[in-house]
Design a protein around this ligand. Structure first.
Ligand code: GDP
Ligand code: MG
Length: 162
């Protein structure tokens, strides 16, 4: 079986946009409305001659009151099933309670966790990304999933972690 990379994070942080970057084509469903992506869609990706499976998570209903609990469950599931976990945070918003809940779970992971500060569309966003050190998951890796900034280096990092 191929190595599995799970992309987790709260709705609207850009998980599906990032997955599309990993795939090099538009396949994952990107929506402005949070919670539209169905739960755990797996895609096969190829980078530097290496194949792997990317799992795009979603399925948190925007109306759900238990968002933090819901994301904690997704993180637990990812820890059991993935070889590498990518936690995506919206750096333009900063760390929310939900992000902190996910981070709390993922800090216990024995699998590598890569913290992605997404929506760093330009240099000015870098200071927002640095604030995510407080999640306790190491260095926040800044990218712009939308424009591709930092995406290639992130993929190198993900493959190195496998
Ligand atoms: P998901 O719910 O986490 O899968 O988020 P989506 O990938 O559906 O993206 C949610 C919204 O954020 C969409 O409007 C995207 O275009 C936007 N978005 C995603 N990545 C970026 C980024 O790097 N920069 C900016 N400015 N917007 C982004
Ligand atoms: Mg999505």
């Amino acid at each position: 079986a191929l190595p599995v990379v799970a992309v987790v994070g709260r709705p609207n942080v850009g998980k599906s946009t990032l997955v599309n970057r990993f795939l090099g084509r538009r396949a994952a469903v990107v929506q402005d409305v949070p919670g539209v992506t169905r739960d755990r869609i797996a895609y096969e990706a190829l980078w530097n001659g290496k194949s792997f499976t990317v799992v795009d998570t979603g399925g948190w209903e925007p109306k759900a009151t238990g968002m933090a609990a819901s994301i904690a469950r997704q993180a637990e599931y990812a820890m059991k099933t993935a070889d590498v976990i990518v936690l995506v945070v919206d750096s333009s918003v900063g760390a929310t309670e939900t992000d902190l809940a996910a981070a709390r779970v993922l800090r216990r992971s024995d699998r590598p966790v890569i913290l992605v500060a997404n929506k760093v569309d330009d240099e000015r966003g870098e200071s927002n990304a640095a604030e995510l050190w407080k999640l306790g998951l190491g260095e926040p890796y800044s990218v712009s999933a939308l424009h591709g900034r930092g995406a290639g280096d992130l993929l190198d990092l993900v493959l190195d972690a496998m």
